[in-house]
Design a binder for this molecule. Structure first.
Ligand SMILES: CSC[C@H]1O[C@H](OP(=O)(O)O)[C@H](O)[C@@H]1O
Length: 346
């Protein structure tokens, strides 16, 4: 699988996911501003991938702050970190990564070279950790998958949304690696088609049969018994288990409940936000109406406006289980999430 992002000397190379699947190109980021551009435009996207990109961007920011006084340096770095934090509001991994880098700086050596090396190593560790976490999550989730199963997923929670291997698609990969006969239905996921462009691309690359369906087909497909289970990713999970994920996920969960299809969420514990009690308090990103109004060369009627929330919130009572790197968490989620977070350092 092509890397989502990586260090090349002192440059952050980011795979431009806006161009996939037609073209595989990377954006060379030499400063934090360029990394923020990639996050805002969804050149890099997906909660864990955004977190790693933010950490790498802050390494570039640290290098650019030339103040010699350690206190003044730290003050300027903190200001830059808050600019990075504001890049996108919903995925909690962005803030989690910023806080992780800020905590490191608080106890870092005053020597600029040593401090920079420490931050660089932390960003590299975050990338490597994410892949290991996704593989562990995949192993836990694969146990929920029947020997022959058609898995419906929404948006892209794959290798491209993470440091590698994926969360929801990590479960798919692990099930296939365990010898299970897996087929995937990928919701196209309007408006930016992360499903049709990215999930389908990943599954074809893996040799896992995949069929793209329009978002509105979910109910009909389930009513025909064509879906055995759903596995989706998450951008933020509130303390009570409410799940913010790509717009349309709530509809998938409602249809799954209507048709008796298990609905699983796969996410690392870093996506669980115990400081947000419930889903109604999760900030939902509203994106440019132009993403909705123009599509594949056609346009909505001139004069029409558009509503373009990038995420929705699935109430916890529609979630069968939350698959994490420490295991499969069952309701009541306020208790199982709290216990898992207490055992983890994230
Ligand atoms: C593994 S998190 C993936 C998550 O992020 C996506 O949103 P976006 O493409 O806007 O970054 C979507 O909600 C995915 O489930």
């Amino acid at each position: 699988m092509i890397p989502t992002l990586y260090w090349q000397d002192d440059v952050v190379m980011i795979l431009d996911q806006r161009k996939l699947p037609a073209r595989t190109t990377f954006i060379a980021c030499r400063d934090m501003k360029r990394v923020i551009y990639c996050i805002k435009t969804l050149a890099v996207r997906g909660a864990p991938a955004i977190g790693v990109a933010a950490a790498m961007g802050l390494v570039l920011a640290a290098k650019a702050v030339k103040l010699k006084d350690p206190a003044k340096w730290a003050e300027r770095f903190r200001a830059q970190a808050e600019v990075m934090r504001a890049a996108r509001p919903t995925a909690v991994n962005l803030g989690w990564a910023v806080d992780r880098m800020l905590a490191l700086v608080a106890g870092a050596p005053e020597d600029p070279a040593e401090r920079l090396a420490l931050l660089r190593r932390e960003s590299e560790m975050m990338l490597a950790e994410d892949v290991a976490i996704n593989r562990a999550m995949g192993r836990h989730g694969a146990k929920l998958v029947p020997k022959r199963a058609t898995i419906l997923t929404h948006c892209n929670a794959g290798s491209l949304a993470t440091g590698g291997y994926g969360t929801a698609l990590g479960v798919v990969r692990a099930a296939a690696e365990a010898g299970k006969q897996i087929k995937v239905i990928a919701d196209e996921t309007r408006p930016l088609l992360q499903g049709a462009r990215l999930t389908a691309w990943e599954m074809v690359d893996e040799g896992i049969p995949v069929a793209v369906a329009v978002d509105g087909a979910v109910g009909a497909l389930m009513s025909k018994g064509l879906v055995d289970l759903c596995v989706v990713g998450a951008d933020r999970i509130a303390a009570n288990g409410d799940v913010a994920n790509k717009i349309g996920t709530f509809n998938v969960a409602l249809q799954a409940r209507r048709h008796g299809v298990p609905f699983y969420v796969a996410a690392p514990l870093s996506t669980v936000d115990m400081d947000t009690p419930s889903g109604d308090l999760i900030p939902i990103e509203e994106r440019d109406p132009a993403e909705v109004l123009a599509f594949a060369g056609s346009r909505a009627a001139p004069g029409a406006e558009a509503l373009n929330p990038a995420f929705d919130v699935t109430p916890n009572d529609l979630v069968s289980a939350i698959i994490t790197e420490v295991g499969v968490l069952r309701p009541p989620f306020n208790r199982s999430l709290a216990a898992a977070k207490a055992q983890s350092l994230t």
